[in-house]
Design a protein around this ligand. Structure first.
Ligand SMILES: Cc1cc2nc3c(=O)[nH]c(=O)nc-3n(C[C@H](O)[C@H](O)[C@H](O)COP(=O)(O)OP(=O)(O)OC[C@H]3O[C@@H](n4cnc5c(N)ncnc54)[C@H](O)[C@@H]3O)c2cc1C
Length: 363
């Protein structure tokens, strides 16, 4: 049977796009690899985050803002449809600073971006005492924070589960444990998997995360993406001690404090290291000394999917019209935009968002 769309890669990016397409009435088949694949969607930090995005490209900041704004409705709809509470909180988030110099330098960059965004960049600077009122556990080494009111966080695993469930509920097909080895276009797309499965589709979205480096060039994409390792820690469940998330730590909906993440250029190595964990723990304790006495229960690492400038890539193949590459560094943040707005871009409707700056031509 032929679907309107085949989506290669069933991480948060592929499933968000699939969900949006199904809501518009298209038929969709999602083909996803196995547990041997690198899967950023299962190992990330769960921030729905605006601040610090797009310092050199305001369109990325506004795209992140559009998604953050759409997240509440997106989350509510998924919860209504599937019963999974995604744990979304959007009451702001912090960029914590240990020196006045870095705080001032960041504020200067935010002021410039705010002007470029026509003033829509709602943040405030909290000195240590003001921050302590919001976060009583903050340590003396933290000089202050930028509180950005559009920031928040969610439970990324519940997001993934809700998307997969709802895609199936709406009639989408999700094929797990299938590795796409080649894609051909001859009128329709024919997608060939390692186990002999063949899928036909009118259009194809390549959202295979790091898997796009292999498949992308054969489909006419540059796919210039690289892995970057992020190690993450999580503590035992605790009573509520952190009011808002930060780039250093957040209290997840289930009570644990998630600490992360490292940024390491180590290729496809997704192991955790003592050095990485110690660095994360030391920074988190400097920010919130109460964590010194708390038990860690788990650590893991996952590989980010980064383009050379860190911005997303939205590209139609010029060699294989109807094939699209979609990849990004912040798939949790952008999930709502991908679900609500990318179908118009894929279908080239009058409502299509302008994503020109995210084309591969920039590389
Ligand atoms: C440590 C860390 C922290 C992060 N924190 C945040 C955060 O706080 N907020 C945020 O917004 N983002 C965050 N991210 C980024 C976010 O996790 C990613 O942007 C997102 O998960 C990317 O999703 P994806 O679907 O593109 O890729 P993936 O989740 O990697 O999924 C790709 C899928 O494609 C499949 N696949 C690959 N090759 C093939 C093939 N040939 N055939 C079939 N299937 C294939 C794989 O099996 C896999 O399931 C973080 C990432 C990391 C690593």
């Amino acid at each position: 049977m032929q679907s309107d769309y085949a989506i290669i890669g069933g991480g948060v990016v592929g499933l968000s796009v699939a969900w949006g397409l199904l809501k518009r009435g298209f038929t969709v088949t999602v083909i996803d690899g196995d547990d041997g694949s690198f899967r950023a969607s299962r190992g990330n930090f769960g921030l729905v985050w605006v601040q610090s995005k797009g310092m050199n490209q305001p369109r990325y900041a506004s795209w992140s803002q559009q998604s953050a704004e759409a997240w509440r409705g997106f989350s509510d709809e998924l919860t209504d449809n599937t019963g999974h509470d995604l744990g979304l909180e959007q009451k702001g988030g912090y960029d914590l600073h240990f020196s006045e110099e870095t705080l001032e330098a960041t504020v200067a960059k935010y002021e410039k971006l705010k002007i470029e965004l026509g003033g829509d960049y709602p943040y405030e600077v909290l000195g240590h005492n003001a921050l302590r009122k919001e976060e009583p556990e903050i340590g003396p080494k933290v000089v202050g924070a930028i509180l950005h009111h559009q920031d928040g966080h969610a439970n990324p695993l519940k997001l993934l589960k809700a998307l997969a469930d709802d895609v199936r509920r709406m009639g989408g097909t999700v094929l797990n444990g299938k590795h796409v080895k080649s894609v051909q276009r001859n009128g329709v797309f024919r997608i060939y998997c390692n186990d002999g499965t063949e899928i036909e589709a009118g259009k194809t979205v390549l959202s295979a995360g790091l898997g796009a480096t292999k498949l992308g060039p054969s489909m006419g994409f540059k796919a210039p993406i690289r892995p970057q390792r992020g190690q993450v820690l999580i503590t035992e469940k605790l009573p509520k001690i952190l009011n808002r998330p930060s780039l250093i730590a957040r209290q997840v909906d289930e009570g644990g404090i998630q600490i992360g993440a490292t940024n390491e250029e180590v290729g496809l190595d997704d192991r955790v290291t003592t050095h990485g964990m110690a660095k994360l723990a030391a920074e988190a304790i400097a920010a919130f000394p109460v964590l010194e006495k708390v038990q860690l229960v788990r650590s893991w690492s996952a590989l980010r999917i980064l383009s050379p400038d860190g911005l997303p890539i939205y590209q139609e193949s010029s060699e294989m019209l109807g094939a699209y590459l979609i990849t990004c560094h912040s798939g949790i943040t952008l999930a709502a935009a991908h679900a609500h707005l990318l179908p118009d871009w894929l279908e080239k409707t009058g409502q299509a968002p302008n994503l020109e700056v995210f084309s591969e031509d920039r590389f």
